[in-house]
Write a protein that binds this ligand. Structure first.
Ligand SMILES: [Zn+2]
Length: 412
């Protein structure tokens, strides 16, 4: 069994975390920023010194390849994303990139001979912190986004992803030549922090991910009548916020009691108009985010919410509209890759839990073109997307040990 090096993992992760535009306020590394450039330079240097061929693709995905003995065999990939949210942590994404680098370093050091090439990937713009939506690098990589789509994805300054990539020195027009098709890649394993507290609470060092949730996001608008809060009797009101409050409770009730134990639903954003103390709210817009590993769970909750919006709107005399803001399907990961990861964990003697991911990942997108597995390592207190995001280096090393030995099995 190969063993990874905890001190090197720590050193590489700490180094990546210094490419940060908000020191002392969490880690911020936005796509196409100066910090992104420095992180790419760091990876380029590290991979080149291992004798790997490095390519930064037309949208900014970093890809480095270690040759196998077969020139025609498809690559086995590993990695994660290199960007962060604003004031995020230093492990989200970076943990998987550092783990992949460590795995390839150990394989090179130990002169393990493999038939398949190995490829490290650091996806660009997973979080959507600059351009909204997220998963841009992986979607472009599998051909879900074309050059035209990249022109339509725009940041807060009105600059398109396409334009930003060009300013970064890339040639997005060349995307087509870099798209991965079925058969090009044998398998992908992404190591990632759990970003929840399941592993931490159970004191289990490793999660083997079986499925990634689907996410459906709605925007609900309720329109009533703004009026004087003192002179309008209760029976003559069309209070959009009072109606919204019932619906928000209903969303929570629905996910708790009307679907599966894997179903979750959240109202995380609300705008009230005019938002004035002595005026009855005339209009409210709120978000609904529904997730499950089963489409039926998502659809059932969505259906019940739609019916309740209609019923409550009629009760309060409101107009309503519901728009679909985002929709991604739940995905099952590859049984073959899952069993390789499990077998490896058992051989090393690492306790693991089979679980699902409640967050979206580039891995979900890659299932379109290859067999995908994911390894989770515990997040202390379940904290993520925040400066206090943390994982012990012992746990990260355990994840790296399972990763490297799983890669060897897949690439033999
Ligand atoms: Zn992430």
């Amino acid at each position: 069994m190969l063993e990874t090096n905890l001190e090197r993992i720590r050193h590489n992760l700490e180094t990546l975390s210094t490419f940060n535009s908000t020191p002392d306020h969490g880690c911020t590394r936005l796509s196409f920023s100066h910090e992104h450039r420095r992180a790419l330079d760091f990876l380029t240097e590290a991979c080149t010194s291992l004798g790997m061929d490095v390519v930064i693709d037309p949208v900014g995905n970093f890809r480095a390849r270690l040759k196998g003995s077969s020139l025609s065999a498809p690559a086995v990939m590993c990695g994660s994303h290199i960007d962060t949210v604003l004031h995020g942590g230093k492990f989200d994404g970076a943990a998987g990139v550092v783990a992949a680098l460590e795995a390839l370093t150990v394989i090179k050091e130990q002169e393990v001979s493999l038939r398949h090439p190995l490829e490290l990937i650091a996806f660009v713009e997973e979080e959507g912190a600059s351009f909204g939506g997220g998963l841009v690098g992986s979607k472009a990589l599998v051909g879900q986004y074309t050059v035209k789509d990249l022109m339509k994805i725009v940041n807060d300054e009105g600059v398109s992803f396409y334009e930003a990539a060009k300013r970064f020195g890339l040639n997005p027009d060349d995307l087509e030549n870099y798209v991965i098709k079925k058969g090009d890649v044998k398998a992908l394993i992404e190591l990632h922090i759990e970003q929840g507290n399941v592993l931490y609470t159970k004191s289990i060092p490793l999660g083997v991910v079986e499925a990634i949730v689907g996410i459906r996001q709605l925007s609900v608008t309720l329109t009533g009548m703004a009026n004087h809060a003192g002179t309008t009797p209760m029976n003559l009101r069309h209070d959009a916020l009072a109606a919204a409050s019932k619906l928000i409770s209903f969303v929570e009730h629905c996910a708790r009691h009307e679907a599966f134990d894997t179903t979750v639903a959240t109202v995380g954003k609300i705008h009230c108009f005019p938002n004035v103390t002595n005026v009855i709210p005339g209009k409210v817009v709120f978000s609904v985010d529904i997730r499950d590993i089963r489409d039926e769970g998502i659809s059932k909750v969505e259906q019940l919410i739609r019916e309740e919006v209609k019923r409550i709107s009629s009760e309060y005399g409101l107009q309503y509209s519901i728009s679909l803001v985002g929709d991604s399907k739940p995905v099952k990961l590859s049984e073959e890759v899952i069993s390789v990861i499990q077998r490896t964990a058992e051989e090393i003697g690492v306790k693991y839990l089979k679980m699902h991911s409640g967050a979206g990942h580039d891995s979900a997108i890659l299932t379109e073109v290859t067999d995908v597995g994911m390894i989770f390592v515990p997040s202390i207190e379940g904290i993520s997307h925040a400066p206090d995001e943390n994982t012990t280096f012992e746990d990260l090393k355990t994840g790296c040990d399972v990763l490297v030995n799983s890669l060897v099995k897949l690439a033999q």
